[in-house]
Design a protein around this ligand. Structure first.
Ligand code: SAM
Length: 458
């Protein structure tokens, strides 16, 4: 680890926040190696065999004693777990301890997908998540991670926060994990120290205000807003609480904490009320620097329920009508809770319960992915997608074949390899019973259908 080489202005800011003695501990902590932690996908069964200790505020998060080679672990490619920093997993505690009602959620700054996969797990089949990312290349990574997680309850969009104007009062929960000056990443990412300046903090704070000016309006009456950063300064944290409460009508929310967690609560007096924020310092918690706050929209705020669209029209999506939908359910042996659309002749399935919300979203936002893409139908046969393989939807009618770890890595490298005893046609490839993708046995050869752009290059 490099010696502490902190910007002078940052040192003064932290001294003010922590005092001399604690600041010394802070400096020491950011010069020690960071911890490795993962969060399990409870919808996919995976037995954790690495030495681990649970993360206290989570039921699915674990610290690993050593960092394995994740890229060479087939289970990560099957979406069995997500590598996520412990402090940011705290959102799991927020959802459960406040019993936040499930419904239609928005993660406005979602890539690469840490918080989105967590929200998707919390919602299960009782909600729908819009996972949005403004930067196109990052939206692609987000889409991949959502597909691997496989719950089929998410819509991935690639939009600027400004495009969400027509969705005012639409969401039960809006999460904004804002782009920030990254002070909490000084340990993990030493370059963040070099990029830090007071001017950059001001720039980040101004950008966050632009984002929150949109985001604050998207929450419906009695819905929740979660704002987080991975930075310590007050301009990007407490000041945002003041900004939000001055712009919109929000009520304070206090998160129950265990004293042993060492998370530091801060309070902000504004608009005649006390609001709360939570700071994670690396010398106090086993995790990186983080700040999070929760507030509840007042009951008088606007609620926008999606209306039935009589003749749903979309530039590239086609709605599948009821008769064909129930035929599909019968044929695929799905439980009948899905609504189907086609895009370029490929079928997509989304929960019927959230179809009106989906239609409204599809009219205003740029869709990158939604629900589960099942595949194309050719006469009586299906050409199944990789997305379906990784989803938790059943794959009745397809045989499966379990691979050893070495074989699974060859499969993920998209190499050709010998598999004996394989039935003819499409075969679902699994590792430790977790689906990894498809092969097609043509009799004289076996084609590996692992997506080229996803293959392991190590
Ligand atoms: N929530 C993510 C997770 O848990 O994996 C991490 C989000 S990261 C801290 C912030 C994200 O905001 C980045 O993906 C970045 O591309 C995006 N972003 C950058 N500028 C933005 C803007 N003006 N509006 C909205 N999002 C922006």
């Amino acid at each position: 680890m490099p010696e502490t080489n902190l910007p002078i202005d940052f040192e003064s800011q932290m001294l003010e926040l922590l005092g001399q003695a604690e600041f010394e501990q802070f400096k020491e902590a950011i010069n020690t190696p960071s911890h490795t932690s993962i969060r399990l996908n409870s919808a996919k069964f995976f037995l954790l065999t690495w030495a681990n200790t649970p993360i206290s505020w989570s039921s699915t998060g674990f610290f690993l004693e050593e960092r394995p080679s994740f890229t060479l672990d087939p289970a990560i490619h099957a979406g069995a777990y997500y590598v996520q920093e412990a402090s940011s997993i705290f959102i799991e505690h927020i959802l459960h301890s406040l019993n936040i009602p499930k419904g239609i959620y928005l993660d406005l700054a979602a890539a690469p997908g840490g918080k989105s996969t967590l929200l998707s797990s919390y919602l299960g089949n009782e909600g729908m998540l819009v996972a949005n990312e403004v930067i196109q290349s990052r939206a692609q990574i987000l889409k991949e991670n959502i597909i691997k997680w496989g719950l089929g309850n998410a819509i991935v969009t690639n939009n600027d926060p400004e495009h969400f104007g027509p969705l005012e009062g639409f969401f039960d929960l809006v999460v904004v994990d804002a782009p920030c000056s990254g002070e909490g990443m000084f340990r993990k990412d030493p370059q963040a120290r070099e990029e830090w300046s007071i001017d950059n903090v001001q720039l980040c704070s101004a950008r966050q205000k632009r984002i929150m000016d949109q985001a604050g309006a998207l929450v419906k009456a009695d819905g929740y807003l979660v704002y987080s950063t991975c930075t310590f300064n007050e301009q990007e944290n407490e000041e945002m609480i003041r900004f939000l409460t001055e712009e919109f009508s929000y009520e304070p929310v206090r998160i129950p904490l265990e004293s042993t967690w060492n998370i530091r609560e801060t309070s902000v007096e504004t608009e005649g009320k006390t609001f709360y924020g939570y700071r994670f310092f690396p010398h106090l918690v086993k995790g990186e620097g983080f700040f999070i706050t929760v507030m509840k929209r007042s009951s008088e705020a606007y609620i926008q329920e999606p209306k039935r669209i009589k003749d749903f029209k979309h530039p590239y999506l086609k709605e599948v009508w009821n008769r064909e939908s129930s035929d599909l359910d019968d044929e695929l042996r799905f439980d009948g809770s899905g609504k189907y659309y086609t895009l370029n002749d490929s079928y997509f399935r989304i929960s019927k319960d959230w179809n009106l919300h989906f239609q409204k979203i599809s009219q205003h936002l740029s869709l990158k992915y939604f629900g589960v893409e099942i595949g194309k139908k050719q006469k009586r046969d299906w050409i199944p997608t990789h997305e379906w393989a990784l989803s938790i939807l059943p794959k009745h009618g397809f045989p499966s074949h379990e691979l050893s770890e070495t074989e699974a890595i060859e499969f993920l490298r998209k190499n050709d390899f010998e598999i004996s005893g394989l039935p003819i046609g499409w075969v679902l490839i699994t590792f430790k019973n977790l689906p990894l993708g498809w092969v097609k046995n043509l009799g004289n050869r076996v084609n590996n259908y692992y997506p080229k752009e996803w293959r392991i290059r190590m």
